[in-house]
Structure formats: structure tokens, C-alpha cells
Design a protein around this ligand. Structure first.
Ligand SMILES: [Zn+2]
Length: 114
């Protein structure tokens, strides 16, 4: 179970690192050459990339209700706006309606746990 989580975290770190490297590279090579259009395109690509990462994270994370134990996924929007703690998130359970700190399970842990 723990290895699945670690694998997932490595994947996330790699994805974020690759994203930052590509964007930084593009910023130094492209933007000074063709201002201001490249800056606009770069900003769109940067925000699109952040959205894609959040969307992917939201899709690969399952939350467990602290009250009834119900497992559920959340949207990328909710993922971005909800208060976040270490491996937990303040969410309202869609089943029992109670608001609380829901434990986060990553895709690897869930499949290993079943
Ligand atoms: Zn619940």
C-alpha cells in the first residue's frame, strides 16, 4: 500500500518538475524573441498546464469521509479551492453531508487496498 503511494508521489514530482523545466526553457528561448505574443501564449500554456496537473491529481485521488467512510472523488475546481492538509482535505461528504477532514487515498493505494 505504501509503495503505491510513493510511486504516485514520484510520478507527481516528476510531472511537476518536467512541467517547470519545459516552461522555464520556453520562457528563456521563445519569449525574448517574439514579444509580446509569446508572452501571452506562454501564460495560456502555463495556466493550462497547472489546470491539467490539478485535473489529473483530482482524478487520481479518492477521499474517505471521516464520518461514514464513504469514498468519493472531487472535481478539479473543488480540489483547487478546498483547504488542504497533509494527506487530508476539508470537504463535505456527498453521502452523509457532514463536513470534515477527509483522508486522501491515491490511485495506487486504492487498487492495492482492494
Ligand atoms: Zn460521509
Amino acid at each position: 500500500m505504501a509503495s503505491g503511494s510513493l510511486e504516485f508521489r514520484k510520478k507527481v514530482l516528476f510531472l511537476v518538475a518536467a512541467y517547470v523545466v519545459v516552461l522555464t526553457f520556453l520562457a528563456f528561448i521563445l519569449i525574448p524573441l517574439y514579444l509580446p505574443y509569446t508572452l501571452i501564449i506562454w501564460l495560456i500554456a502555463a495556466s493550462g498546464g497547472v489546470f491539467a496537473i490539478v485535473e489529473w491529481l483530482a482524478h487520481n485521488t479518492i477521499y474517505v469521509c471521516s464520518n461514514c467512510g464513504y469514498r468519493f472523488r472531487i472535481s478539479a475546481f473543488r480540489y483547487a479551492i478546498s483547504p488542504h492538509g497533509w494527506k487530508k482535505k476539508l470537504l463535505r461528504c456527498p453521502k452523509c453531508g457532514k463536513r470534515g477532514w477527509c483522508r486522501a487515498l491515491y490511485a495506487g493505494e486504492v487498487s492495492a487496498g482492494r
